[in-house]
Design a protein around this ligand. Structure first.
Ligand SMILES: [Zn+2]
Length: 455
């Protein structure tokens, strides 16, 4: 009897322990294998691709910012897939935006600068058709798949003269540095006119950019101290400080100057967030939400004196390449936060994959990027990011950022290098060049550069 009790007790104990272990295995791995989702898709859906120009990820509420800059984006993102570690391939508008549309690195699409020097030394406007006639854009592929395509932009760095209008039925860019108050009403009118078609909308605004000041001026909603310095947050001032930074390598600002400029930057984010909410409310009235994919992102961030300068384009530090990325599509089973490193060039193949568009060999070969759908399904992807910038004929930088947080930046002009371990030094202040990782990182970056130049 005693023996039987002992066996029963042992058996019960084993069942409990096994169940406990199994539950934990299931819990711990739910994003890896056991609960792998069906492949998400949204066939024939509308695509609304919104670029909040110059929005760095860490000033966005859902990315952990302490100020309430983005309550509306935060609320909307709750329904979607949030990527917390998205690296833009370039820290300024032209190359970064063109990489969204081509799925390749700036060195590959060749829109590296506003002007390109010809073999005779002549300066010509950089244009995609001229420089890379064989590249097919995201818009062109969608157009071939019966999409009506509309681009509503703030002009300047996304002007059609660079080739951004390739594949668009309509492309608005007639006001330089226009904000969402200009582009969103135009987009909504066009959407209403085409509501019986499947549509692709590229919606862009410079609301957060240094060359934009809110309509009616600042209301200083985030200035919570008595600022006694000389800065005003004007476009001219931003331009002068940016140029001084490029010329001298650094500028001098006091802590309060930086606090003040940051508060003005945050106000612009908050106002763009309100514009987004207004757009969403109007779009919802059209009854198209259940067949629309939303992509919310930014082309690059903004330096707020982390490395002694302001503005963007001039470096590959985190504040300029970390951007938000939120993807929302109908029927998302569970909202998800994905921490794996992804790249801005991955957006094009991801959209194609979500829409179930079969790509021909040529476009498949073209893209140096990968669909992020496997990550959403819970699979693993280990993606190196290779941001680059050529800026003003004086700054030429190439970088590698690995999924395990190593970063190498090469300055092609001065032939200097910087190495950072980002999870220990997120501010990139402690250059670890010479660390045993250096050679490995260098080999990886050099082979990437050779590969993309050869292509
Ligand atoms: Zn930009």
């Amino acid at each position: 009897m005693k023996k039987f009790t002992l066996i029963a007790f042992t058996a019960t104990f084993l069942v409990i322990v096994t169940t406990f272990i199994l539950i934990n295995i299931i819990r711990g791995n739910k994003n890896i294998s056991i609960y792998k989702q069906e492949k998400p898709s949204c066939l024939n859906c509308n695509v609304i691709f919104i670029s909040f120009d110059t929005l760095r990820a860490d000033n966005v509420g859902l990315y952990g910012y302490e100020k309430k800059t983005t309550p509306n984006i935060d609320k909307f993102a709750k329904e979607g897939i949030v990527f917390t570690n998205t690296i833009s391939v370039a820290p300024w508008t032209l190359p970064a935006t063109m990489s969204w549309f081509t799925g390749v690195y700036p060195s590959q699409h060749k829109i590296l600068n506003k002007f390109t020097l010809t073999s005779t030394g002549e300066e010509k406007i950089s244009n995609l058709k001229n420089l890379s006639p064989n590249l097919k854009t995201l818009t062109e592929v969608l157009e071939e798949n019966d999409y009506k395509t509309g681009g509503f932009t703030g002009g300047a760095g996304v002007h059609h003269k660079f080739g951004f209008n390739q594949g668009f039925d309509i492309y608005v860019d007639d006001q330089d540095f226009a904000g969402f108050n200009y582009t969103m009403p135009k987009a909504l009118n066009w959407i209403k006119d085409n509501s019986n078609r499947k549509i692709f909308v590229f919606l862009h605004g410079y609301d957060i950019h240094g060359q934009y000041v809110p309509e009616g001026g600042y209301d200083y909603r985030f200035v919570d101290f008595d600022y006694k310095g000389s800065l005003t947050g004007s476009k001219q001032e931003q331009k002068e400080l940016r140029e001084e930074g490029i010329r001298k390598g650094k500028i001098f600002l006091t802590n309060n100057d930086v606090k003040y400029l940051t508060a003005l930057y945050d106000e612009k984010i908050s106002r763009a967030d309100q514009q987004f909410e207004n757009f969403l409310n109007e779009y919802q009235k059209l009854g198209l939400m259940n067949k629309t994919i939303f992509i919310l992102t930014s082309d690059h961030g903004e330096e707020l004196y982390e490395h002694s300068r302001i503005d963007h384009g001039h470096s590959l530090y985190e504040e300029l390449i970390n951007v938000p990325l939120i993807i929302i599509y109908p029927g998302i089973i569970e909202k998800k936060i994905i921490h794996s490193q992804v790249r801005s060039i991955d957006i094009m193949p991801t959209i194609m994959d979500l829409l179930g568009i079969k790509l021909n060999e040529e476009v498949t070969q073209q893209m140096a990027s990968t669909s992020l759908i496997p990550l959403i399904q819970g699979k693993k992807l280990s993606l190196d990011a290779f941001p680059e910038t050529d800026y003003r004929y004086s700054i030429f930088l190439r970088a590698l950022r690995t999924p395990d947080n190593w970063k190498l930046i090469q300055n092609l002009e001065s032939k200097t290098e910087e190495v950072y371990k980002l999870n220990k030094d997120s501010q990139e202040k402690n250059n670890q060049i010479g660390n045993k990782q250096t050679e490995l990182l260098r080999q990886k970056l050099n082979s990437h550069i050779n590969r993309i130049i050869r292509n």
